[in-house]
Design a protein around this ligand. Sequence first.
Ligand code: C2E
Ligand code: CA
Ligand code: CA
Ligand code: CA
Length: 279
Amino acid sequence: AKEDGKNGYRFFSKEVKTQSIERLSLESALRRALERNQFSLNYQPKVDMETSQITGVEALLRWNHPDLGSVSPAQFIPLAEETGLIVPIGRWVLKEACVQAMAWQRRGLLPLSMAVNLSPRQFADEHLLQDVDEALAASGMSPVLLQLEVTESMMMRNVGRALKVLDAIQSRGIRLAIDDFGTGYSSMSLMKHFPIDTIKIDRSFVRDLPQDSEDQAIAQAIISMGKALGMTVVAEGVENAEQEAFLRTHGCDEMQGYLISKPLPARQMAELLRPMVLP
Ligand code: C2E
Ligand code: CA
Ligand code: CA
Ligand code: CA
C-alpha cells in the first residue's frame, strides 16, 4: 500500500505507529515481569536412543502475562535481547533451573543434567561467569550436571573471547552444547578447538526425515562429525517414530521432541523422572 499516494502513506505510518506502541507496552510489561514473578520454566526431557532413559532436561522459559496469557519465548526473547533485559532474565533462569534440579535430587530422583539456553547478549556479558557461579552456589548443584547451550554465531562473533569464556566454563566441569547446529556459520577447525561436549541437530533438519534426501545427508554428516570429535549428538524436534528410526539407525545418541514429551511444568516433569535406586 506504500505507493498508493497520500492515503497509502498515512496507512503505512499508522501501522508503524501501532507497532511501536505495541512494542513499547510489551517492553514495559517485560521490564516488570521479573519483579512480578511472571516467569516460569518448563522442562523438556532428552532421552538416550538405546536405553530410552531420560538423561537430562532442557529448561525453557515461559512468560505468564496476566492479560496476554502465556507469551512464547519466540515473541519476547528477541525484545529481551535487544533491550538487554535478557541479562537479568537469563540470570533468573540459571538460578531457577539449578534450584529445581537440586530440589528433584533432594526428593530422591535420579540426578540429571540440566540444560540452560544462553542468549548472545548474555554470552557477551562480562558477568556471565559470576552469574553461573552464583547459580551453582545458591543451589548447591554440581557443575557437571549443568549444561549451557550456545549457538554457532555466539562463538563466531569474537572467536578469541568465546574460546576464553568457553574454556572457563569447561574448567568448572560445566558441559557445553551447540544448539540449532547447522543453521549458523561455524568452521570445522574451530569446532576442534572449542570445548564442546554435545551438538544438537536443528529441528529443521529433522522435520522431513526420513523422506528428504538432503536432510538425510545433513543429519548423517552432523552425526558422523560429532562422533568423530567425541561429542554426544542430540536430535531436536523428534515428533514421530520414522524420524526416530532413521536417527537411531544412523547412530544419533539422544533425542528430544514431542514424541517423548512436550516441555512440562516442573511438577509434571517430576512424574517422568526415575527414583534413585538405593544401594
Ligand atoms: P530452542 O532452544 O531450540 O528450544 C527448542 C524449542 O523447540 C522449544 O520452543 C520447544 O518447545 C520446541 N520443541 C521441542 N520439541 C519439539 C517438537 O517435537 N516439535 C516442535 N515443533 N517443537 C518442539 P520454545 O520453548 O517455544 O522456545 C523457543 C526458543 O526460545 C528456544 O529454542 C530458545 O532459543 C529460546 N529460549 C527458550 N527459553 C530460553 C531461555 O531461558 N533463555 C534464552 N536465552 N532463550 C530461551
Ligand atoms: Ca536449546
Ligand atoms: Ca535448539
Ligand atoms: Ca533455537
